[in-house]
Ligand binder design. Structure first.
Ligand SMILES: Cc1ncc(COP(=O)(O)O)c(C=O)c1O
Length: 368
C-alpha cells in the first residue's frame, strides 16, 4: 500500500499567505530603502519578543550569526572550541571561520545531543567556548552544560537553528546562555528566505556585534568621520528579508504549535514498536520537533520501506567528523557511532495532517 495521493515530504517551506505578504513586500521593494533600515530594527525587536530574549541582532544567515557570536565570545585563532559532530556543517564551519580548532565532544546515543560528561572530558586550558546544538529541535541537557561552563568561566553558544520555539526548564531556549543563534534559512520552522538571529545575554555585546556585521563601521557615526577599529564583515540583514520576517511572525506561533502537536503525537503513539526507539531529551526538555528522529534496528531497511510508502525520511546530515576539512579534530566518538548508525528522521512539521500522522504510525506498527 502506498500513501495517497501525495508523498509526505520531510521538509517544507512555510510562507505566509500571498495577501498578507505581497503588499508588504511590494511596499519595501519599491519604497527606496532595501538595505538595512527600520524594518530590520523592527524585526529584531519583534523576534526578540517572540523568543523571549531581549537583546537580538539580525544577520543574513545563521552561519554569519554564529561566526559573530564566536568573535564576541573572544575566540581567537588557535583557541579550542568544543562542539558536536552531529549537526549541519555550518555549526563547525563557523568555528573554522574564527580560525579556531574544533574539539569534538561525544553525544548521548539516545538523543544525538552533546553529553555533559563528554564535554568535561574535552576541556583544556585552551577551551574558549562551547557550542551546543539542539539537534532536530530537542533541547540539549543545558542544566548540566551550563554548570560545566559556569565553573570554568567559559561562554556557551547555543545553536538553536532547529529549535525555534523549544523550551527548557519551562523557559525559552537560550534563556541563560551568553549567545543563542536561530537560523531563518529556507526549511527551518520560520524562514525569511535566508537569515539568522543572535540573542546576546549581555546588552554590551550589541554595539560591537553591529560593527562586526557591517565592515567594522558604527552606523550611528557619519560615514566620513567614523573610525573602523575592528575587522567587520558584510553580514547584515536587509529590509526585504526583515519584512518577510515581520509578516512570518504573525503566523509562526501556529506553525510551531503544529510541529509540537505532531511530535507529541508520535511520542505517544510510537512507543513499544519492536525495533524502534524514540529520541528523548532530559525531563526539562520541551522540543519544538523540527523533524522527528527515531532510532531503528535495520535503519536502512526502514528508510527504504518508508520511501516505498511515500513517507519522506533521511539522515539529513553527515556526521561532521567524517569531513576532510575537520580531519585534524578526529577522535573516538562511541556515542555518536551508536546514534548515527540507527538514526532516521521522519516528517512531523506543520504540513503533516492528522491523516498523514496516523498513516505514518500505522506503517511503522506494521513493521519493515
Ligand atoms: C544546526 C545548524 N546550524 C547552523 C545552520 C546554519 O544556518 P544558516 O543556513 O542560516 O546559515 C544550520 C542550517 O543551515 C543548521 O542546521
Amino acid at each position: 500500500m502506498s500513501h495517497m495521493p501525495q508523498p509526505i515530504p520531510l521538509f517544507k517551506v512555510f510562507l505566509p499567505p500571498e495577501e498578507a505578504l505581497l503588499p508588504r513586500l511590494r511596499d519595501v521593494l519599491y519604497g527606496g530603502q532595501i538595505s538595512e533600515g527600520q524594518p530590520v530594527y523592527d524585526f529584531e525587536r519583534r523576534f526578540g519578543d517572540f523568543v523571549e530574549l531581549p537583546h537580538v541582532l539580525s544577520f543574513y544567515s545563521g552561519t554569519a550569526a554564529l561566526h559573530t557570536a564566536l568573535i564576541l565570545a573572544g575566540v581567537k585563532p588557535g583557541d579550542e572550541v568544543i562542539s558536536t559532530a552531529m549537526t549541519a556543517e555550518p555549526t563547525n564551519m563557523a568555528i573554522r571561520h574564527a580560525r579556531a580548532r574544533v574539539v569534538w565532544a561525544d553525544v548521548d546515543p539516545r538523543s544525538g545531543n552533546l553529553a555533559p560528561a563528554a564535554i568535561s572530558a574535552r576541556l583544556t586550558e585552551r577551551t574558549k567556548a562551547i557550542v551546543v546544538v539542539h539537534y532536530g529541535g530537542i533541547p540539549a541537557p543545558m542544566r548540566a552544560i551550563r554548570e560545566i561552563a559556569r565553573v570554568r568561566g567559559i561562554p556557551v553558544i547555543e545553536d538553536a537553528a532547529h529549535a525555534l520555539g523549544a523550551r527548557y526548564e519551562g523557559r525559552p531556549i537560550g534563556d541563560e546562555s551568553e549567545y543563542t543563534m536561530f537560523s531563518l534559512q529556507a526549511i527551518k520552522h520560520m524562514t525569511t528566505v535566508d537569515g539568522g538571529m543572535l540573542a546576546c545575554r549581555n546588552p554590551d555585546d550589541l554595539p560591537r556585534g553591529r560593527k562586526v556585521r557591517w565592515f567594522g563601521i558604527d552606523r550611528q557615526t557619519p560615514r566620513t568621520e567614523v573610525d573602523v577599529d575592528v575587522v567587520g564583515y558584510k553580514y547584515h540583514m536587509n529590509n526585504v528579508n526583515a519584512t518577510i520576517g515581520l509578516v512570518q511572525l504573525d503566523f509562526i506561533g501556529s506553525v510551531i504549535a503544529r510541529h509540537v502537536a505532531n511530535g507529541r503525537y508520535f511520542d505517544g503513539q510510537l512507543r513499544g514498536i519492536s525495533g524502534l526507539e524514540l529520541c528523548m531529551g532530559d525531563e526539562a526538555a520541551e522540543p519544538s520537533y523540527w523533524f522527528y528522529t527515531v532510532l531503528a534496528d535495520r535503519r536502512d531497511d526502514l528508510s527504504r520501506y518508508l520511501t516505498e510508502h511515500g513517507i519522506g525520511n533521511s539522515l539529513a546530515h553527515r556526521r561532521n567528523d567524517l569531513h576532510s576539512v575537520f580531519a585534524d579534530s578526529r577522535c573516538e566518538l562511541p556515542g555518536l557511532d551508536a546514534f548515527y548508525s540507527r538514526m532516521l528522521h521522519i516528517p512531523c512539521g506543520w504540513w503533516v495532517s492528522d491523516d498523514d500522522r496516523e498513516f505514518i504510525v500505522d506503517r511503522l506498527r506494521d513493521g519493515w
